[in-house]
Design a protein around this ligand. Structure first.
Ligand code: ADP
Ligand code: 5GP
Length: 222
């Protein structure tokens, strides 16, 4: 077997990825995130805490930890949140402990958070963060998707549409930008990003040891 072939088979220890996905509400980031989590069992979801009301389709502890404003303040003030932000009039935050445990064990984590959260994670853990911004193909389609999802009131949809323009304004702060026109193509793009980022030299902590071992091997040249 050639060295190149065997290198691909040897498991090399690496740092976990912090995969951040943001988009204006309705562009499809949760759908893409869900598909990724179902397809790639090596990625765990960071379950945020929020003061928002639970949607009919959501399960407490799976999609979010739904908390009161008082409980949110307690978590924030006790430094239990890695980042937090107010989005569309509600508070959202990332619990610190599960992220630190995943990173220490080299596990990958997915964050469905807004641009404010992405900025905070980027400041704190730049070398671990890989960020993706998802755009809708048109503003009209964004509006239809919010209506088709049929989980928010007309007033909530209106607020989200108004806010979407300011959110889209942050697209250049992300490593990758995807237009979610066709869901399969958008998902393919996300999978390619994850695959390439996992192979990045700077994340492959065990590569030095592998190369050293490789060079110690002296095949008989006769
Ligand atoms: P977000 O998490 O960005 O707010 P969702 O993932 O909840 O958005 O998607 C909003 C709605 O749009 C959902 O009903 C979803 O099924 C639909 N959707 C997502 N991606 C596409 C797509 N590429 N084409 C058509 N509908 C889509
Ligand atoms: P939704 O109410 O549609 O679930 O989410 C509204 C917005 O809040 C989305 O942009 C979502 O990515 C963002 N969000 C969800 N959880 C968090 C979080 O923990 N931190 C931050 N900063 N944003 C979050």
């Amino acid at each position: 077997m050639s060295a190149a072939t065997s290198a691909n088979l040897v498991p090399i220890a690496r740092r976990g990825l912090m995969l951040v996905i943001s988009s204006p509400s309705g562009a499809g980031k949760s759908t893409i995130a869900r598909t990724l989590l179902e397809t790639d069992k090596g990625i765990g979801l960071s379950v945020s805490v929020t003061t928002r009301q639970r949607r009919p389709s959501e399960i407490a502890g799976v999609h979010y930890h739904f908390v009161s404003a008082r409980e949110f303040e307690r978590l924030r003030d006790s430094n239990s949140l890695l980042e937090w932000a107010e989005v569309h009039g509600n508070f959202y935050g990332t619990p610190r402990e599960p992220v630190e445990a995943a990173m220490a064990e080299g596990r990958d984590m997915l964050f469905d958070i807004d641009w404010q959260g992405a900025q905070q994670l980027q400041e704190k853990m730049a070398s671990d963060v890989v960020s993706i911004f998802v755009l809708p193909p048109t503003m009209t389609e964004l509006q239809s998707r919010l209506h088709r999802r049929a989980e928010d009131s007309e007033e909530v949809i209106r607020t989200r549409l108004i806010n979407s323009r300011a959110e889209i304004g942050h697209w250049e702060e992300y490593d990758y930008v995807i237009i979610n026109d066709d869901l399969n193509s958008a998902f393919d793009a996300v999978q390619s990003i994850v695959k390439a980022e996992r192979l990045k030299r700077t994340r492959r902590l065990g590569m030095g040891g592998f190369v050293q071992q490789l060079l110690e091997e002296e095949p008989d040249l006769k």
